[in-house]
Design a protein around this ligand. Structure first.
Ligand code: FMN
Length: 226
């Protein structure tokens, strides 16, 4: 495989594109789209967002030490892009995108009612990295949409047309290729794709493998923890 060497740059894709909501006390609520976001610790549950100092949201988050990460779906994709190209200095993004600020449980910053997962965060550290400051934050509450809970109390997140961002473009998730640990599973021949020559990749298009991955229901406990 012939390769080119490029100068250093950001090429870690795909990444989530999340809508981060924030608000000063008495101020208007705002939303900033963030793709430089990640899970950074399991216990305590922590995540990070990296934000440029010149963003309207930057000072709000720095001062209030709070924000809410709202997961994005196909239905929210246009709003996600809009909140990433317009500033709260100039527009009311909730109003423009017909979104509803939703009171949070543990922080004063509102979530976005139309998002199926609202992750309430409290900033614990700010790292000055260069162009971006990285806000390390503890997750203090997670709110999920009842519509995606089944009768057994499992949350079917992957049925929700989640949006991912890769190299300048937005996508929904593609076909399910396996579940955590499937490469070594002995009893369940559930391997669908991969580099094992015994497994033909065609099988991933078999009937019964639903594009939305509904068969991949899992509880938080069953999920792989890094
Ligand atoms: C897909 C996408 C991802 C983005 N990711 C980031 C990011 O990780 N950090 C950041 O500072 N800005 C990011 N931006 C840019 C901000 O969202 C954008 O400058 C926004 O207008 C800032 O809003 P504000 O001024 O209301 O805070 C992203 C924009 C888009 C469209």
């Amino acid at each position: 495989m012939a390769k080119q060497t490029w100068k250093p740059g950001n090429m870690l894709y795909p990444v989530p594109a999340v809508m981060v909501s924030c608000q000063r006390e008495g101020g208007k609520p705002n939303i900033i789209t963030v793709a430089w976001a990640g899970t950074i610790c399991s216990d305590p549950a922590m995540l990070s967002i990296s934000v440029r100092k010149n963003r309207y949201s930057y000072d709000i988050i720095k001062e209030t030490k709070e924000f809410v990460v709202n997961l994005t779906t196909k239905q929210l994709c246009r709003a996600t892009d809009y909140c990433g190209v317009r500033s709260g200095r100039d527009v009311d993004k909730f109003q423009e995108m017909h979104l509803t600020p939703q009171p949070s449980e543990k922080v004063k910053a509102p979530g976005i009612a139309e998002s199926l997962v609202n992750i309430e965060c409290r900033v614990t550290q700010v790292l000055e990295l260069g162009t971006h400051d990285m806000f390390l934050a503890e997750v203090v509450a997670v709110r999920v949409d009842d519509d995606y809970m089944d009768e057994k109390g499992r949350f079917d997140l992957n049925a929700a047309d989640l949006v991912t961002y890769s190299h300048g473009e937005y996508f929904t998730l593609g076909k399910k290729l396996g579940t955590f640990g499937y490469s070594v599973a002995k009893n369940k021949p559930q391997s669908i794709a991969g580099n094992n020559p015994k497994h033909k990749s065609k099988s991933s298009t078999k009937k019964g493998v639903k594009a939305k991955g509904r068969s991949g229901k899992h509880t938080r406990k069953e999920k792989g923890k890094a």
